[in-house]
Every structure is written in structure tokens, then in C-alpha cells.
Design a protein around this ligand. Structure first.
Ligand SMILES: C[S@@+](CC[C@H](N)C(=O)[O-])C[C@H]1O[C@@H](n2cnc3c(N)ncnc32)[C@H](O)[C@@H]1O
Length: 225
């Protein structure tokens, strides 16, 4: 740098507010192929009834990650009406297995109907009750563990997963940017604080190699070493 010239405050390779800006987001969604009827209906149902599903852009990333490591088994914490579950079930193939978990029986009933219509019911085990408790009872190792439960539980989930995930497996977590609240100066809200603790510990963990993909609400992808 020439002397006397002001040092730039922002790194040149940064793209502030670029990926999450509205028109770019619209563009990303416009690139997605049309979903099959059941998934499209679930997206409409989620919109009408405020069910917080990952949506098709993130779901496509989930499916791609599963394809990249040739995943056959997925444990999902927090499945709601089973939207992300169906994307996982399609990714693991006919011989694969996906564990659906949700605390709400009505969600599970609705999900069961969608699984049958999507032709993937035989790949999915439905568990209603506490997802963390059920995960801690698992003896087998999974290829992927997907975390989408209440945000205050994220640090507790992190303490549970390592023995239940195979080496080279993926621990994936949604909403880790929490609508940008992770960047607040002094957050007071319990969910934001839990996510901040979770993200810090996940990045610092010697067991995982982690990246947050800033797609939608932030997706943390952690590879088990
Ligand atoms: C964000 S939604 C899941 C959406 C789903 N992964 C999708 O994208 O289609 C979170 C769900 O987790 C469930 N949930 C939250 N905490 C839970 C827990 N500890 N055990 C089981 N289910 C839980 C809620 O009932 C809710 O339906």
C-alpha cells in the first residue's frame, strides 16, 4: 500500500449484505426446480399455518450434502410436518433409514400421511416425544444428524451428538444466524444467546470441522473428524 493512503477498513473479498439481500434471495429461489406435488403442498400448508420448515433452497443443500457423503442413515431432531424428512428420505435411497422426531403428535400424524403419499414411508421411523432423549438412547452411529429443535436446546444437542455420528459424518444445524440476531451487540434473548454459545463451541470443537453457510437463516455444516 502506498504511504499516506488510508488503509481500507473492510476486506476487499467481503460481500456485506450481499447473499441475504431480497432480490438475490428471490433469484436463488427462482433457480430451484419445481417440487413434486406433495412437497409443494407441504410448502403451502407451512405458509398458511406458520410451520417453520427449512424450505426448498436449504432442503436442496441437505440433499446434496447427503449425496456427497453417500449417507444411508439420518437422525433428525425436530421434524414438524416432515418436510425436511422427505428430502432426507429421498437422498438416502430405498435401503436408507431416516429417524423423524417431534414432540407434537398432530405433526407426526400429518407427517405420516405425507410420507405415504411421497412413497418414502418405509424408510422413515417416526418417534414422538423428546428428540434429545431419543437421540441419547441410540446405540448405532448415523451418517448425518440434523438439528432443528428449539434453539435454547442447541448447546445440549451439541453435547449429545459426537458418539452418535460416524467419523466423516455430518452434523447439520438450521437457523444458526437467527435472522441476523447473532450479530447484535448485547443480546438478551435466550435463544440468541444459546445459538451464540452453540456456534462458538462448534467452531472451537476439535471433533468437528465447521462452516456456517449463510443460506436463508444460516446452516451450520460440521464434518466429524
Ligand atoms: C423448525 S421445526 C422443524 C422443521 C423441519 N425440520 C422441516 O424443516 O421441515 C421444529 C420442530 O421441532 C419440534 N421440537 C422442538 N423441540 C423439540 C424437542 N426437544 N423434541 C422433539 N421435538 C421438538 C417442534 O415441535 C417443531 O415442530
Amino acid at each position: 500500500m502506498t504511504q499516506g493512503k488510508k488503509k481500507p477498513t473492510a476486506a476487499r473479498w467481503r460481500h456485506y449484505n450481499f447473499t441475504t439481500a431480497g432480490p438475490v434471495d428471490d433469484y436463488l429461489y427462482s433457480m430451484l426446480p419445481k417440487r413434486e406435488e406433495v412437497l409443494a403442498e407441504m410448502e403451502d400448508y407451512a405458509t398458511q399455518h406458520n410451520v417453520p420448515i427449512v424450505g426448498p433452497a436449504v432442503a436442496r443443500v441437505l440433499q446434496q450434502l447427503a449425496m456427497m457423503i453417500d449417507a444411508r442413515t439420518v437422525f433428525e431432531l425436530g421434524s414438524a410436518i416432515g418436510y425436511s424428512t422427505i428430502w432426507w428420505a429421498q437422498a438416502v435411497g430405498e435401503k436408507g433409514r431416516v429417524v423423524y422426531t417431534d414432540g407434537d403428535r398432530k405433526n407426526a400424524e400429518r407427517a405420516r400421511g405425507y410420507f405415504a403419499r411421497a412413497g418414502v414411508a418405509n424408510r422413515i421411523t417416526i418417534h414422538t416425544g423428546d428428540a434429545l432423549e431419543f437421540l441419547s438412547e441410540q446405540k448405532a452411529e448415523f451418517d448425518i444428524i440434523f438439528n432443528d429443535v428449539d434453539k435454547e436446546d442447541y448447546p445440549r444437542v451439541l453435547r449429545l451428538i459426537s458418539p452418535r455420528l460416524r467419523k466423516g459424518g455430518l452434523f447439520i444445524t438450521d437457523n444458526v444466524l437467527w435472522s441476523g440476531r447473532v450479530a447484535e451487540k448485547n443480546p438478551t434473548d435466550a435463544s440468541t444467546k444459546a445459538i451464540l454459545e452453540f456456534n462458538r463451541k462448534l467452531y472451537d470443537s476439535k471433533d468437528f470441522y465447521t462452516t456456517i453457510l449463510p443460506i436463508r437463516d444460516g446452516l451450520a455444516v460440521a464434518l466429524k473428524k
